[in-house]
Write a protein that binds this ligand. Structure first.
Ligand code: UDX
Length: 456
């Protein structure tokens, strides 16, 4: 029987892209003998297609047990109601765990739900904010919170100087909510992540020091920041480690056999993997351009089109697609795909998890950011880490098929893409080193655990 050193209750924001890194961090803590309980909303739990066997899951309420987030009508309405109902149900859960002899020592919460700090304080628990986005993006929202960056419906090429960044960045590179006047309330909520951050014991970030040195060092002067990423299952980083290859907590069912069987028949580094994550929706016109860009390119492709997006594909696209040329699936085991030797590049929306996963597995990228933090991530992919190109939108905001073809060619084939491919390999090595024993992220996790042990 495992004796646990401490017990962490984790509160992820119920988005697939926020749950995945929290679950992987949970598994890493568990490997260091910390007991984990994950609190998930009833609606999310009801809709799970994959559940992990290794961690305990408990239900709390966000006030939308039957219809889920969509019923709220807006992000702001959802977060507001979650605060009202969530605080009580989270407190009841902590009490229940206490009563059954599994007292909690610490709450690790997603800063989209800042009220969790108050709950932790009421029960005199350690609190740790877990930022699922990278430090550069967090730094931008911090400056919105401080009033240094104002909502600016600026021209795309206007240069903005952000403290903590070594050079200015263009307005088109900041998170979309910062430059969309209609997103004022959402931006307010995102800035609110910092509203009580001075009360927390730990600020954990899913990134690693080597990746964002400057901005991490800058923010560390304000908050007790610890980078603990990349949070992907350790088996992908070190084959000697025994770990579950699956994410294990998903509302989508991956078409694992179909994808892997198809990839097994493709030559090395020949396939373009395409995915826009779990929530981003493309315009129908963009979907069409992408479809033809992929079909016209020299390379075969594996494309994830979620079932809710399928109707936007050009008429007969799937029927006319030969199995030699491409495969369209509704969801895939992304890490297993990215690590497959047949993958040559990743055409991605640059959600932070996808970006970090590609970095960790050494896959060069074609960035097609759509909204939220994705433009900032794409900027770093192209200009800072130099592991990809960014497909340019036209004045209507659409990336045309010729541009897509050209970008894929550059990353996959041309001499110009050689440096990008080499850099991708270099970052893969660095990502492995940081989670290895004694690496920067491993040390931070060790410190976090030792501290929990001392107080428990
Ligand atoms: C959201 C936001 O859109 C993103 O910008 C932010 O950084 C995180 O929250 P999402 O759009 O889902 O996330 O993208 P991403 O962060 O890339 O997360 C998607 C996750 O789903 C990844 O962990 C990826 O491995 C997984 N995935 C995706 C699959 O397992 N299978 C798929 O077919 C597609």
């Amino acid at each position: 029987m495992t004796t646990h050193k401490a017990h962490c209750l984790m509160l992820p924001y119920p988005f697939q892209g926020h749950i995945n890194p929290m679950l992987q961090f949970a598994k890493r803590l568990q490997s260091k003998r910390v007991k984990i309980t994950i609190a998930l909303t009833k609606f999310f739990l009801k809709n799970m297609k994959e559940l992990p066997t290794s961690v305990s899951i408990e239900a709390i309420s966000d006030g939308y047990d039957d219809g889920g987030r969509d019923q709220a009508g807006s992000f702001v309405a959802y977060v507001t109601r979650f605060k009202e109902v969530g605080s009580d149900t989270l407190s009841q859960l902590i009490q229940k765990l206490e009563n059954c002899g599994c007292p909690v020592n610490c709450i690790v919460y997603d800063p989209f739900l800042p009220w969790a700090v108050e709950v932790a304080k009421n029960f005199e628990l350690v609190s740790a904010a877990f930022f699922t986005q990278n430090c550069a993006v967090d730094n931008i929202y911090y400056h919105v919170h401080k009033g240094v960056i104002k909502l600016t419906p600026t021209k795309n090429d206007e240069e903005i100087l952000i403290p903590g960044f070594s050079s200015t960045i263009e307005a088109s590179d900041v998170p979309s909510f910062v430059i969309s006047p209609e997103a004022e309330r959402i931006l307010e909520m995102l800035a609110n992540q910092f509203s009580n951050l001075d009360k927390v014991d730990w600020v954990l970030i899913n990134s690693f020091h080597e990746l964002e040195k400057e901005v991490i060092d800058w923010m560390s002067k304000i908050y007790p920041i610890k980078t603990i990423g990349p949070t992907i299952p350790s088996i992908y980083l070190d084959k000697r480690l025994h770990d579950d290859k699956k994410y294990g907590l998903s509302i989508f069912k991956p078409m694992t056999n179909e994808c892997l069987n198809w990839l097994n028949h493709q030559p090395i580094s020949s396939v373009v993997y395409v995915s826009f994550g779990s929530i981003t929706n493309l315009e129908t016109e963009q979907m069409e351009e992408l479809a033809w860009g992929l079909k016209n390119s020299n390379n075969n492709f594996l494309w994830v089109v979620r079932s809710t997006e399928e109707s936007k594909l050009p008429k007969n696209f799937i029927e006319e697609l030969t199995i030699e040329k491409g495969l369209v699936v509704s969801w895939c085991p992304q890490l297993q795909v990215l690590e497959h030797e047949s993958i040559g590049c990743f055409l991605t929306h640059c959600g932070w998890n996808s970006t970090l996963e590609a970095i960790s597995l050494g896959v060069p990228m074609v960035a097609m950011p759509q909204w939220t933090d994705q433009p900032t991530n794409a900027k770093f992919v192209k200009d800072v880490w130099e592991i990809g190109v960014r497909a340019k939108q036209d004045e209507k905001g659409i990336v045309r098929r010729e541009v897509i073809e050209e970008c894929i060619k550059l990353v996959m084939e041309e001499e110009k893409g050689k440096l990008i491919r080499e850099n991708a390999k270099k970052w893969k090595e660095l990502a492995r080193n940081v989670v290895d024993e004694g690496g920067s992220s491993d040390k931070n996790i060790e410190e976090f655990v030792s501290n929990l042990v001392t107080i428990s």
